[in-house]
Design a protein around this ligand. Sequence first.
Ligand code: PMP
Length: 377
Amino acid sequence: MSRRLTYLDHNATSPLRPEAREAMLAAMDIVGNPSSVHGAGRAARQKVETARAAVADLVGAAPDEVIFTGGATEANNIALRGLGVERVLVSAIEHDSVLAAVPEATRIPVDGAGVVDLAALAALLAAGPANTLVSVMLANNETGVIQPMGEIAKLCVRHGALLHCDAVQAAGKLPLRKAVLGADLLSLSAHKFGGPQGVGALVVPAALPVTPLAFGGGQERRRRPGTENVPAIVGFGAAARLAAEGLEDYALRLAALRDEAEVRLRELAPDAVVFAAGAARAPGTLSIAMPGVDSQTQLMALDLAGVCVSAGSACSSGKVTASHVLMAMGMPVEVAGSAIRISFGWNSTNEDVEALVAAWGALYRRRSPAAQLGAAS
Ligand code: PMP
């Protein structure tokens, strides 16, 4: 009998939702290029525009603000490099696709809970030119910490700066409206909430001048030239439509699974460190350290038990450096080096929590004879 896989790595990628897959399969039979004026082209165009409306709807944007890209890495790069600003400020805990896009950007520090230091941001904004772009993510991919975007947006407005928000780990997981966040630009990625990999969007006001990363086509308002990936865009739209239904209940369900896992792991391991436990966090994310056992050892032990989690962010796996997010929060390197990220999503169940607790608990007892005695008595 094949063992059931316990997939708890939705922040790395979420399984494709069956409805998105069906929509993509149907879209693969479309013959037209969305830029062609004949009937086949118009049929493809109509699919792309239906998806655009669904993605816009998910975040409360206008369809003409949605630029489809090959994922959020590309969306972040267009936003960070394409606005022609004099200065870029980024939070110290951004995803690498923001940090590496503008290596010379000034880093805004975060506090011990991983929340952007608003006083530091205000001082930086006051000290420099108004022609500034600020980039702060909504929910962190490693800790789930949610940033005070409303406050950040107010500071940006006061100083005349533009605000970009990487909303990849929040979109489709919790209700979000662009106007409420106050961000001028948003980055989204389909595969974090049940759409396909390799497609995302930059949400950017139609009137804001943007220099693209590539040239040679008029698609996507010249901001992302090249023939659209119609099946992927259709899958993105289908996932966005599904995600938009009952988002509030979904967020509560994810939070309940995460909280259950957190309580159970803490009970098992009283010395475990839950990162940013006191901060507002995206519902499905848990970042926890088992002191004395490095992340890779935990990952491998869990993997052997059929439980998939990640160490810090998946994009940096393979690197043996401690997470820049946990380091920016002031965590000692040995604690950061024992962190794993557990992330829940649309198909997660209580059974997944049980499998996680069993596998992590077994490793913890092997690590700690004292704990084993305690558990037995
Ligand atoms: N931003 C964040 C916060 C992410 O978690 C990721 C995915 N790891 C990205 C950007 C990049 O997204 P994509 O995989 O679509 O390029």
